[in-house]
Design a protein around this ligand. Structure first.
Ligand SMILES: O=C(O)C(=O)C[C@H](O)C(=O)CO
Ligand SMILES: [Zn+2]
Length: 279
C-alpha cells in the first residue's frame, strides 16, 4: 500500500510566526516505516519526495501517486534508496539488487517496476528513499560502503566529530539533481553540520537514525539570524528550505542521511555561518 501527503513551500517571513505545532506540521516527517507499506511526502521544495518502505510479510511496490500525474513513479523522476534496516532486495524492472544495511541504490528515470523485499521478516529492511524530477535517464547503480567518498569532519573538543559518506553524488554516480549521503557521529559527539550552512540553490532533507531509544535530537532550522528548533526522535525526517540552516544536537550520538536537489550538483556550493553569527 502506498500513502502520500503533500507539503507546501513557505516564505521565511511566514515561518517566523509559526508556533511549535505549525513548525512540526510543515517540516517534520514522522512514521516513515509502516509494515508492508510505502509512505511518501511530496514537498514543493524542488518537488523533492521523502519516503520510507518497510516490506515485512510481502514484497512492496513503489506505485505512482496522484500528485505526479504520471503513468508510473519514475516516468519523469529519479530515485535514491538507502537501506537502514536488515538485508533486503530491490527489484528494478526484473533485475535484482541486494542491499545490506547502509548500502545505496540509484535508479534513473524510465524504470517502471520498483519492488522492495526484506531478506528476513525477523529483521526487515528499512528503505529510506528520496526522489527528484529528472530530465534524462541515467543507469541504475548500487553504491556500497567501499564506493563511498569519505570525509572526516569535526573534532572531539567541539563535540562534532563525524564521518561523512558521500553515496549518491556525481563523482560516484551520474544523476540529474539528486545527491545523497550518510553521516555518522562518533560516540560522544552530538553536533551535526556545525558550523551550519545554507545553500540557496538546493533544498535538503535530513533523516535521523541509529539514535538510542529514549534519546532525542534538537534539529535547528530557519534563516541563520532567525532560528527555530524541532525535537526529533529516531527515524524522523525533516525538510530544509533553501534559505534554512539544517543542523542538530542530540542527547547522544546518531547517524543521518542527507538528500538534496535543486539548481546544481555542487556539494561544496554552500554558504557557511559562523556559530557566533547564529541567532
Ligand atoms: O555532517 C555534516 O556536516 C553533513 O552531513 C552536512 C550535509 O552533508 C549537508 O548539509 C550537505 O549540504
Ligand atoms: Zn546542507
Amino acid at each position: 500500500m502506498t500513502y502520500s501527503e503533500l507539503r507546501y513551500a513557505h516564505h521565511p517571513e511566514d515561518v517566523k510566526t509559526y508556533n511549535t505545532e505549525e513548525l512540526r506540521n510543515h517540516f517534520l516527517i514522522e512514521g516513515l516505516f509502516q509494515d508492508d507499506s510505502v509512505r511518501l511526502t511530496y514537498s514543493m521544495y524542488d518537488r523533492f519526495i521523502v519516503g520510507g518502505v518497510k516490506p515485512v510479510k510481502k514484497a512492496v511496490q513503489l506505485e505512482t501517486i496522484d500528485d505526479l500525474k504520471a503513468e508510473f513513479f519514475l516516468q519523469r523522476r529519479e530515485l535514491g534508496i538507502v537501506n537502514v534496516g536488515g538485508a533486503g532486495v530491490v527489484e528494478v524492472d526484473g533485475k535484482t539488487y541486494e542491499l545490506e544495511r547502509k548500502e545505496a541504490l540509484y535508479v534513473g528515470s524510465g524504470n517502471k517496476e520498483i519492488i522492495f523485499k526484506s531478506s528476513s521478516a525477523d529483521s526487515p529492511a528499512l528503505f529510506y528513499i528520496n526522489s527528484a524530477p529528472a530530465h534524462k535517464s541515467y543507469p541504475v547503480k548500487k553504491v556500497s560502503r567501499k564506493d563511498a567518498e569519505i570525509i572526516h569532519l569535526g573534532e572531539e573538543k567541539f563535540a562534532n566529530k563525524r564521518i561523512l559518506n558521500k553515496l549518491i553524488v556525481n563523482s560516484i554516480v551520474p544523476t540529474c539533481q539528486l545527491q545523497m549521503g550518510l553521516t555518522e557521529l562518533v560516540e560522544g559527539n552530538v553536533w551535526n553540520t556545525m558550523p551550519a550552512h545554507v545553500h540557496a540553490r538546493r533544498m535538503e532533507a535530513y533523516f535521523y537514525f541509529d539514535l538510542e531509544e529514549g534519546q532525542t535530537i534538537s534539529h535547528f532550522m530557519g534563516q541563520p539570524q532567525e532560528t527555530r528548533h524541532i525535537f526529533l526522535k529516531n527515524h524522523d525526517a525533516v525538510l530544509s528550505p533553501e534559505w534554512s540552516i539544517h543542523s542538530g544536537a542530540g542527547t547522544s550520538n546518531y547517524s543521518f542521511i542527507w538528500g538534496m536537489a535543486g539548481e546544481n550538483l555542487d556539494y561544496g556550493d554552500m554558504d557557511g555561518v559562523s556559530p557566533n553569527d547564529l541567532r
